[in-house]
Design a protein. Structure first.
Length: 367
């Protein structure tokens, strides 16, 4: 078991946590997480849960029984929305028929598979160890076990990845029986093995222009296959959008469970201690695992709403911007980065070229 070279998630191997196996390591974590769920129910009070998302690493390394126990703990303490969306992120090499059967029976209805690329040399640059051919087998098993939705995650802009490599990867992904695709530009995080390899000159990041072309390629190819963009980095067939992620971009409340998890509730954002040992110790002693918290001002909330909602196909209401902000973005109308028809209907919606410079447009609005 090894960490991917580009990954900056709060992940640990059994050896790092002085454990004999993934199962024993994760069981201690699950026990503590269930206690945090109980604390959350007391603080939140009666609430309806619309979605649950197991992510932030490789949750498919946990057993199906362990994941089922977490879902059961949430179900026992909260009301769950009818057809509550429950997602698991999965490594294609770690999915088994037994795991899928157990989690499907527990209510999981969505699987997101970390494909990243179909090119072995690109996977090698990312230190991904899964076999590309296992992605198709994983998707097949997901469908055979009756999951409602199946998605794959891709990464573009990887050192050594040509435009042709990327086109083949997207084509391979869309040839699978999926109804959702996520594609993210590679972010080189400090302290990762990938960052060290780039710093040493072993790997070279492709130019921004090439990365922009790759975004246009995935957008065009998804559209041709009936997957429409609904968020800057996400495409889906009708009705297959990830509701959990949409709730985040819409500014809804969310509670993150586990070490390093972030949460947002009633205008307050907080995050837990990062190390699993510290997290478990605090929980088991009856203390809060929260490391820090911050209360967002009304201006903070408005700014974050703009930053998040502008990524969505629905865009943002123009009247939510003040006169100065509206004047700042009007020049992007004439440059073709903002949809003119949507603007006429009172919405600021980015065009494909606008999505490529979304961060710049946000900076202009919030200057």
């Amino acid at each position: 078991m090894a960490r991917c070279g580009y990954c900056d998630f709060n992940t640990y191997t059994p050896k790092e946590l002085h454990s004999d196996s993934v199962e024993s390591m994760s069981q201690r974590y699950i026990n503590a997480a269930i206690k945090e769920i109980e604390s959350a129910s007391k603080e939140v009070g009666p609430a309806v849960v619309p979605s649950i998302f197991f992510g932030g690493g490789t949750p498919s390394l946990m057993t199906g029984t362990q994941i089922s126990s977490v879902i059961g703990a949430i179900r026992d303490r909260f009301e769950m929305e009818n057809n509550c969306e429950i997602t698991i992120e999965a490594n294609p090499d770690s999915l088994t028929s037994e795991f899928l059967a157990l989690t499907r029976n527990a209510g999981v209805n969505r699987i997101s598979i970390g494909m990243q690329s179909s090119m072995p040399h690109v996977l090698a640059a990312l230190d991904r160890t899964h076999h590309p051919e296992n992605v198709a087998q994983a998707v097949k098993m997901v469908r055979e076990h009756g999951f409602e939705h199946c998605s794959v995650d891709l990464i573009y802009g990887v050192p050594g990845e040509s435009i042709e490599d990327w086109s083949e990867t997207v084509q391979a992904a869309l040839a699978l029986e999926i109804d959702h695709l996520s594609a993210y530009a590679l972010i080189v995080e400090k302290g990762t093995r990938l960052a060290a390899r780039i710093r040493s000159g072993e790997l070279v990041i492709p130019p921004d222009d090439e990365t922009a072309v790759k975004y246009e390629i995935v957008d065009e190819m998804c559209e041709a296959k009936g997957l429409q963009w609904y968020e800057l980095s996400n495409w889906s067939k009708n009705g297959a959008q990830c509701r959990h992620n949409i709730s985040y971009w819409d500014g809804s409340f969310w509670w993150g469970i586990g070490p390093g998890a972030h949460s947002y509730f009633n205008g307050v954002r907080w995050w837990n201690v990062k190390h699993p040992d510290s997290y478990q110790k605090l929980i088991n002693e009856g203390n809060s695992p929260i490391l820090e918290r911050e209360e967002l001002s009304e201006i903070n909330r408005q700014d974050e709403s703009i930053m998040l909602k502008i990524r969505m196909r629905e865009g943002i209401q123009i009247d939510s911007l003040n006169n100065s902000q509206q004047d700042q973005v009007k020049r992007f109308l004439t440059s073709g980065h903002i949809d003119n028809q949507a603007w006429a209907n009172g919405k600021l919606v980015l065009t494909r070229s606008g999505r490529l410079i979304a961060d710049r447009i946000v900076r202009e609005i919030l200057v």
